[in-house]
Design a protein around this ligand. Structure first.
Ligand SMILES: [Zn+2]
Ligand SMILES: [Zn+2]
Length: 362
């Protein structure tokens, strides 16, 4: 494709939701490799005019109602209950979480319009290769699982998240305890015993947080989001519908306020850990921490995640790939037969070694 052939695509010079190819009228999808829209029929590429790195917003704005997302619709999967936001020009209508086509449109509103987006960087093909390699490495997974990693089982879903910044200043006081091993002579014999020493602590702790990530959707387990990190939240660019072409977005089910509350709890945990790290102790008796939060700001963005699903013995297993870095996370079913033979093999080996030693000594 010649660069001169490319046309500039932007939300401003085309009617919202008309993402048809100007050359042939065909449907276009977002191409992660090119970071452009690609026509599904004639292959033409269209640039998405967007170079705006989004800025943090003051937390006060979050407490008021934000802009409503209007150009998309909410669909619900009748099989697994997942709620997905799909641009109404979406071509394939399969649930990314369970793969069924049992999706119906709801009258629900999509909620807050994302401020920014981290567009998918790696394509479905590369993601499939990553997933195949990962599945093959799962020694105890059943063969049928390894064979299920196919491109049509992998879907890209944008996930809504909040990132929060804050400077914190905390005053604390508490009591800790440390065990010491001491020795004494009892009836002429040396004996050890434990002596516990209690001590009071107090002081001030300053901790600055930058882009702490909180999920606004609970569709993906929080341990997965934790393990898939980092996402380049500093590189988030202004949201445009074009990035959603051919992809879905997970519906958010936690509002900004509850996400901020969750974030404050996470920050408080981290502050407590930092305070305790300064001391040599074995257990905590009590710790009071009074924290002042200053210059809080946030970003509300979509992060790219590929979801692959797999049904094994009526149970749904999902694996997830960071759509920017390619990092993969997931649980796989374990083949009882394979585990049995491994354990059997180990026991057999131990048995043979014992028999060998026995024979050598007789
Ligand atoms: Zn075309
Ligand atoms: Zn589903």
């Amino acid at each position: 494709m010649n660069v001169t052939e490319e046309k500039i695509y932007s939300d401003d010079n085309l009617k919202v939701n008309s993402h048809k190819c100007p050359n042939c009228g065909g449907e276009s999808v977002f191409d992660p490799k090119e970071q452009k829209l690609r026509c599904l029929y004639c292959g033409s590429l269209f640039e998405i005019k967007n170079d705006i790195i989004i800025e943090e917003r003051n937390l006060d704005e979050l407490l008021q109602k934000g802009k409503v997302w209007t150009e998309v619709e909410v669909y619900q999967c009748q099989s697994c209950g997942a709620k997905e936001i799909i641009d109404n020009q979406e071509v394939s209508m399969k649930c990314p979480f369970c793969g069924t086509s049992n999706i119906i449109k709801t009258s629900e509103l999509p909620g807050l319009k994302p401020q920014g987006v981290i567009p998918f960087k790696i394509g479905a093909k590369t993601t499939t290769q990553i997933a195949i390699k990962w599945a093959k490495g799962k020694v105890y997974a059943p063969k049928v699982f390894k064979n299920s990693v196919k491109p049509n089982n992998i879907h890209g879903v944008y996930n809504p998240i909040f990132t929060f910044d804050a400077s914190t200043k905390s005053d604390y006081n508490g009591q800790l305890a440390k065990n010491h091993i001491r020795y004494r002579i009892v009836n002429g014999r040396r004996e050890s015993y434990t002596e516990t020493k209690y001590f009071y602590i107090q002081g001030q702790q300053v901790v600055n947080f930058d882009d702490l990530l909180i999920q606004a959707s609970t569709m993906i387990p929080s341990y997965v989001i934790k393990d898939l990190q980092p996402f380049p939240t500093k590189k988030a660019i202004q949201y445009k519908t074009a990035y959603l072409k051919g992809y879905a977005a997970s519906s958010y089910n936690k509002d900004g306020n509850s996400c901020w509350d969750e974030c404050k709890n996470e920050m408080k945990n981290r502050i407590e850990n930092q305070i305790l790290k300064k001391y040599n102790y074995d257990y905590k008796i009590f710790l009071n921490v009074k924290t002042l939060f200053l210059s809080e700001s946030y970003k509300y963005i979509l992060i790219p995640i590929y979801i692959g699903h797999y049904n094994y013995k009526k149970k749904l297993y999902n694996f997830y790939v960071n759509g920017y870095t390619g990092k993969i996370v997931g649980k796989t079913p374990v083949s009882a037969l394979k585990v049995f033979f491994t354990v059997f093999g180990i026991l057999l080996t131990i048995g043979l070694i014992i028999a060998f030693i026995f024979l050598m000594n007789s």
